[in-house]
Design a binder for this molecule. Structure first.
Ligand SMILES: NC(=O)c1ccc[n+]([C@@H]2O[C@H](COP(=O)([O-])OP(=O)(O)OC[C@H]3O[C@@H](n4cnc5c(N)ncnc54)[C@H](O)[C@@H]3O)[C@@H](O)[C@H]2O)c1
Length: 370
């Protein structure tokens, strides 16, 4: 029998996650940022990047593996009028990214454009978070980040490229901005983990092994990715027939910009392991903010942007299709629903929450414990 879905109220989850970050040794203001970024994924319906990832991507790395610093000390490597380079010194990726985007926006407000590149950071969560910061101030935001080596180049089988999202935030006159918040691979690693948590096989076509054959067992894939024996495929899939080389191109753009502007690490250097020993991931990011008022009237811009998106959504639908969406819309709808009905929690996530609580000696009692 299928287990009934378990949900938790957003505010309850927020206070727990904040206490976990504090318990990990993250200072109060930074813990607020980390909590906000992490839970923005759950609020927006991105179940692969929220509470389900708290233990494996942040807590374990800080508390158990000791490969990431809970206290973030950022060095400024370079600071000019409209540009800067920061070194995150292996601190909390979300805090580093938040500060970098704030800096890019400050520069954009003064000069029209601001760009900040970052090295030696860690996983920064959902890319949309940072471009939404820009949109709230009538700016266009762009960000990219490299990530653990996961994706093979077109015609290759080695998992060299990260799932490198390249994400724009574009303000509109609607209640939500345009955000194309995704990886240029068919799926990102979090989706494979999500399938593993649900013990569901992957569709054929997402992942190949060293012989170019499709692999569909998510547990096998997660292990093989770590060993370099499996690779995700770029958007467009294997080969060139369906445009796989185009997904590959976007992934490479991000790898180039995230590493080269900041003199940072790249490709397999981001695996987080050297000869089987866990080491920092040395992730690189970049952030661009454009103050729309330097180019045009922001109200006119937002109205035109809204008109474009509305025309797309109201265009003729394919047979059988119920609805046409634009980027950012599903996340907006997810939040309208989840603010009332709460955040769904899979069994593995619930047991990880209990583990973190008990290890940190926190006194939260979860509604799902009865
Ligand atoms: N930090 C990292 O290293 C890293 C790496 C990869 C991905 N990510 C994050 O993972 C998250 C999930 O990425 P993903 O690749 O699984 O995303 P996804 O495949 O679920 O795509 C989500 C995006 O597609 C849009 N969308 C969905 N259906 C649509 C439709 N029918 N029409 C128009 N737009 C539609 C959504 O609005 C959203 O912008 C993102 O938040 C991304 O930033 C982070």
């Amino acid at each position: 029998m299928k287990e009934a879905e378990v949900r938790i109220d957003v505010d309850l989850l927020d206070s727990f996650v904040y206490d976990v970050f504090r318990g990990m040794g993250v200072p109060a203001d930074d813990a607020r940022i980390c909590t906000d970024v992490l839970l923005s994924a759950d609020k927006r319906g991105i179940d692969t990047h929220g509470i389900a990832r708290l233990k494996s991507i942040y807590y374990d790395r800080v508390v158990h593996h000791r490969t990431q610093n809970p206290i973030t000390r950022i060095d400024t490597v370079q600071d000019r009028a409209a540009t800067a380079v920061l070194d995150g010194n292996n601190g909390m990726g979300m805090v580093i990214a938040h500060r970098a985007m704030e800096l890019a926006m400050r520069k954009a407000r003064q000069h029209g454009l601001g760009m900040v590149a970052v090295r030696n950071s860690n996983h920064y969560g959902i890319a949309a978070y940072y471009v939404l910061m820009a949109c709230r101030q009538d700016m266009i935001g762009l960000t990219g980040t490299n990530a653990r080596p996961s994706v093979a180049p077109t015609h290759g089988v080695e998992n060299l490229l990260g799932t490198n999202p390249l994400v724009f935030g574009i303000p509109t006159d609607e209640p939500f901005p345009f955000t194309n918040d995704y990886a240029p691979s068919i799926v990102q690693r979090g989706k494979i983990e999500h399938y593993a948590r649900q013990r569901k096989p992957l569709p054929e076509g997402w992942v190949i092994d060293r012989n170019g054959r499709y692999v569909t067992d998510p547990e096998v894939v997660l292990h093989a990715l770590g060993e370099g024996n499996a690779a995700l495929l770029p958007v467009g899939g294997r080969g060139e027939q369906f445009g796989g080389h185009k997904g590959y191109g976007f992934l490479t753009v991000v790898e180039l910009l995230a590493a080269c502007l900041s003199q940072g690490a790249f490709l397999e250097q981001l695996s987080g392991a050297v000869q089987g020993r866990r080491v920092p991931h040395r992730i690189g990011h970049f952030f661009l903010a454009v103050d729309i008022s330097f180019l045009t009237d922001p109200e006119d811009f937002k109205k035109r942007a809204g008109d474009i998106l509305r025309r797309l959504r109201n265009s003729a639908k394919a047979p059988g299709a119920q609805r046409i969406y634009t980027c950012g819309e599903k996340e907006h709808l997810a939040w309208q629903e989840r603010r009332r009905s709460g955040i769904p929690l899979l069994p593995q996530t619930r047991s990880e929450m209990i583990t973190m609580r008990d290890e940190l000696g926190l006194n939260h009692r979860f509604p799902f414990e009865g």
